[in-house]
Design a protein around this ligand. Structure first.
Ligand code: GUN
Length: 277
């Protein structure tokens, strides 16, 4: 069994991005918009800005009060959309009650949609066209690639059907020629489906949901979850200790997919700025 070290891969990729930025006249710019005081969002935004500083992306942080109006938010996003110094725009979700994410996100042009959440970028992914890809699933693909794991012809099972992780993950695996099954809360015979998986990606947000009996011997197990267990300790969607005994590769939590997400945000920002990497 091999542990896929997301922290090490993230560090390597960030160093490569820094080199590219240092060698360039153009400084990529990322605008991060946070509305309200959600504590988790504040931490995410702080970490994103820190990652920018580390590699030489210029960050523009906008922290707006929770009582910001829909129009004020949309006006700001329009202004950022028009700025030539800003190559990527990220609207931190969820928004406070009373604000609608969809019309706000529609103000972000797809070329600057570094989260890959827009209809255009999701459509491009469906059509297997170049576009900006959602950071977490894209990071998972980079982790597989770094270990020489090809999804081609494999049975891949994705647990979770969110618009931000499960669906784009399934599309990326499909585009890489895997045979993909997406499971969700209404899926029947979930255990049997998981047992068929050569590549199993868990993105459901339930602590230690994937147990040893659900995993095929030699499977690649990717854990996207970030949860707390009964003792308040950070854990993934996978019962790591026991599943690790059966898996050929496994990603840990913490230190697996997590560090790759912000790295892919930096990658997407550079892609948006340089149009290629
Ligand atoms: N909220 C939680 N994760 C994310 C993310 O990756 N992007 C945005 N915009 N909001 C989030």
């Amino acid at each position: 069994m091999k542990i896929i070290d997301g922290k090490a891969l993230a560090a390597k990729m960030r160093a490569q991005l820094k080199e590219k930025i240092d060698a360039s006249e153009l400084k990529p710019g990322l605008a991060v918009v946070l509305v309200g005081e959600d504590p988790a969002s504040q931490i995410y935004v702080r970490n994103k800005i820190k990652a920018c500083e580390e590699i030489g992306v210029k960050s523009y942080a906008y922290r707006l009060p929770a009582d910001t109006s829909q129009k004020q938010l949309e006006d700001l996003l329009e202004e950022l959309a028009a700025s030539k110094d800003i190559h990527g725009i990220l609207l931190q979700l969820p928004l406070p009650k009373g604000l609608q994410a969809e019309p706000a996100m529609a103000k972000i042009p797809y070329e600057k949609d570094v989260d890959g959440f827009s209809k255009e970028n999701l459509g491009k992914l469906v059509l297997k066209e170049d576009g900006l890809v959602s950071c977490t699933p894209y990071g998972v693909m980079k982790m597989l690639e770094s270990e020489g794991i090809s999804p081609k012809g494999k049975r891949a099972v994705v647990l979770g059907r969110s618009d931000t992780v499960g669906k784009p993950m399934a599309l990326l695996l499909l585009n890489a020629d895997a045979t993909v099954t997406v499971c969700h809360s209404k899926t029947q015979n979930l255990k049997e489906i998981c047992q068929e998986a050569d590549i199993l990606v868990a993105a459901i947000g339930r602590a230690k949901f994937v147990t040893e009996d659900m995993v095929k011997e030699g499977a690649v197990v990717v854990d996207v979850g970030i949860n707390r267990d009964e003792n308040g300790k950070l854990c993934g969607d996978v019962d790591y200790e026991n599943v690790a005994k059966k898996a050929s590769y496994i990603t840990p939590v913490p230190g697996g997919v997590g560090p790759m997400t912000i790295t892919m945000l930096m990658y997407n920002t550079c892609l948006a700025a340089f149009e290629s990497i």
